[in-house]
Design a protein around this ligand. Structure first.
Ligand code: ZN
Length: 110
């Protein structure tokens, strides 16, 4: 059995806890376990100006999400209406279940 280092998963609701997007709610698009980064929907978006090229004949401004550090976001618990820490408990079946440490609500449905 290996330890769960990152408790956030793809599609989890999160709230950003620090930086320019502090307090914003979002959704996990991708967890990069190697680097400990998170890609969040509409968070840390940078605009890139591109010159016209074969892929994009007109060029223009493209928006792209840049990853943030995994420690800068927390799971957003609906019951608590805030960012919370998640706990993990192991069921008798060996399955791991994540829960909100503030209100105890199970966040994994399956
Ligand atoms: Zn909660």
């Amino acid at each position: 059995m290996h330890a769960i280092k990152y408790k956030l998963k793809k599609d989890d609701p999160v709230v950003v806890t620090t930086g320019k997007d502090k307090g914003k709610k979002s959704k996990v698009l991708k967890v990069e376990k190697k680097t400990g980064k998170l890609f969040l929907e509409d968070i840390n978006v940078v605009k890139r100006h591109t010159k016209p090229n074969p892929m994009d004949p007109d060029g223009g401004i493209h928006e792209k999400e840049m990853p943030i550090d995994i420690s800068n976001a927390q799971y957003y618990c609906k019951s608590c209406d805030k960012g919370v820490r998640l706990g993990v408990k192991v069921l008798e079946s060996g399955q791991k279940q994540r829960y909100c440490k503030s209100c105890g609500e199970i966040v994994d449905k399956d």
